[in-house]
Design a protein around this ligand. Structure first.
Ligand SMILES: NC(=O)C1=CN([C@@H]2O[C@H](COP(=O)(O)OP(=O)(O)OC[C@H]3O[C@@H](n4cnc5c(N)ncnc54)[C@H](O)[C@@H]3O)[C@@H](O)[C@H]2O)C=CC1
Ligand SMILES: CC(=O)N[C@@H]1[C@@H](OP(=O)(O)OP(=O)(O)OC[C@H]2O[C@@H](n3ccc(=O)[nH]c3=O)[C@H](O)[C@@H]2O)O[C@H](C(=O)O)[C@@H](O)[C@@H]1O
Length: 432
């Protein structure tokens, strides 16, 4: 069968490779010429070694990256769906643009599947009308379904094949057709949702659930500190109960999914309450760390803070909505304008006064972020904060760090370091 995947970033690339490695003829269309050229040169943009291998295997199996879309039996839409902070709505312009491209190529009998994460109702109310501009009727002349992607960055290749999938069609035949495509290619169970809107809702519920669970862990961390106990010990003990599974506290929730999908979920509803509170708790963690540092150091004026980790989580290079960058902004704006510390989005770090922040991250390569080598970041620091649980950070030599800093204080927000080793090197070691 012939596939055209629209958008071959993190998700489209992996999904295109999945279908190519399962015997289909797949074109990966992306307007980003550099991305396509890199791929054609055998350089997929991924830090995951097994995904790189999987994509290269797919290219040997005929997966073809192109800057032009093609006619296909199945169009898979994997374009970005960012959150528009000003309008407080999902930005669906990429979905609409992809829809128009598909409409120009659509033939009777084709199948269109939306994989991008979208607010409930998008497949039926936004994508279907755009596709209908082709002159073909959705559900009658062609099939249309939503099959949300659920892979975890860091473990994409495994989850691509093994995760269960949810498929919701705009009618029964659309769902049947989509299920028939995913079933032979994956080892997880394919679950049929009653309709596309339910499938969209389910995907957002999964991410909102995780966000709320992490918020609970973050709240427990703050409460545990008031009792002078270790929240992670307590959570680990609590999780021995057969029906309790609390996640880990940390410096806040980053990435482009967990912090925005709860807002997609509530886009056309006034009933979000707990989910909204969870967002506030998670976004408040950077301010909590600032206050912790302030109480330990007395003042942040003229303090130098080494923030280790600008990736949104461990072992990835993605800095979207990075808790480390958010903390850096809060620290650097602390004295000049407290309100600036309530900034909610990613973007590069801008110094505006307050503490001097030095950033280090061995996984990130981004010219717009002033990243320093480790020794430079630690040199003369009054405090060190760990904000990404990178494996590399476990190997930082505590004795060497002690010899570089001015003041031996470390806040290990991700519980990545060996506490005993850092205490033995003379550090005040604080975890969340
Ligand atoms: N990255 C992740 O871990 C996950 C992402 N998702 C969702 O999948 C969707 C895609 O996300 P990513 O792959 O991370 O985004 P990405 O930004 O890595 O890739 C999207 C690609 O689409 C291309 N594109 C933009 N407009 C296009 C158009 N009109 N036609 C064709 N291509 C176009 C871009 O050039 C880009 O290469 C989003 O809705 C996201 O929320 C879902 C699960 C996991
Ligand atoms: C329900 C679920 O597990 N969703 C996944 C999530 O991927 P993502 O990488 O964003 O999730 P994550 O590993 O929980 O990380 C998100 C953020 O949460 C933080 N985090 C995570 C777990 C934890 O116990 N404590 C914590 O603070 C991380 O450090 C990070 O800043 O969102 C992805 C997506 O939808 O894009 C989705 O495909 C993935 O399966």
């Amino acid at each position: 069968m012939k596939f055209c995947v629209h958008g071959i970033g993190y998700i489209g690339l992996a999904t295109g490779a999945l279908f190519a490695n399962n015997g289909h003829d797949v074109v990966g269309y992306d307007p980003d010429e550099e991305l396509v050229a890199d791929l054609r040169a055998g350089e997929p943009r991924t830090t995951e070694d097994d995904l790189r291998e999987y994509v290269l295997e797919a290219m040997e199996n005929g997966f073809e990256p192109r800057t032009e879309p093609v006619e296909a039996d199945c169009h898979l839409v994997c374009v970005p769906t960012p959150y528009d902070e000003d309008r407080e709505r999902a930005d669906l312009t990429y979905v609409e643009a992809a829809g128009r491209t598909v409409a120009d190529l659509l033939r009777p009998g084709d199948t269109v599947i939306l994989e991008s994460t979208v607010p409930p109702g998008t497949t039926e109310e936004v994508l279907a009308p755009v596709l209908a501009e082709s002159g073909l009727a959705p559900g009658e002349d062609f099939s249309l379904a939503h099959c949300p992607e659920t892979v975890l960055p860091g473990n994409i290749t495994h989850e691509l094949v093994h995760n269960d999938r949810i498929v919701g069609g705009i009618d029964a035949e659309s769902a049947d057709r989509a299920i028939a495509l995913y079933e032979p290619a994956t080892e997880g169970t394919i679950h049929r949702a009653p309709d596309a809107t339910t499938a969209e809702f389910v995907k957002l519920s999964q991410n909102a659930y995780r966000d709320v669970n992490i918020a609970f862990a973050n709240e427990l961390a703050r409460v545990a500190a008031d009792y002078g106990i270790d929240s992670r010990d307590a959570i680990s003990l609590a999780n021995n109960h057969p029906r309790v599974d609390i996640l880990n506290p940390g410096p806040g929730v980053g990435g482009h999914c967990l912090p925005i999908d709860p807002w997609f979920l509530g886009q056309s509803s006034d009933s979000l309450d707990l989910v909204k509170s969870a967002r506030r708790v998670n976004d408040g963690m950077s301010e909590y760390i600032v206050e912790l540092l302030e109480s330990e150091l007395g003042t942040l004026d003229d303090a130098r803070v080494a923030v280790l980790g600008v990736a949104y989580k461990g072992n990835v290079d993605d800095t979207r909505r990075s808790p480390g960058l958010r903390l850096a902004r809060s620290l650097s704006s602390r004295t000049s304008d407290r309100r600036a510390s309530a900034l909610t989005d990613g973007g590069s770090y801008v110094e505006t006064g307050g503490a001097e922040v030095r950033l280090h991250d061995p996984y990130v390569d981004d010219e717009e972020i002033d990243l320093r080598p480790l020794d430079d970041a630690l040199g003369g620091a009054d405090a060190v904060v760990i904000t990404s649980d990178h494996d590399d950070f476990e190997d930082i030599d505590a004795e060497r760090a002690a010899s570089l800093v001015d003041n031996r204080l470390v806040v290990d927000a991700t519980a990545t370091l060996d506490a005993e080793e850092w205490r033995a090197a003379g550090f005040d070691y604080l975890a969340l």
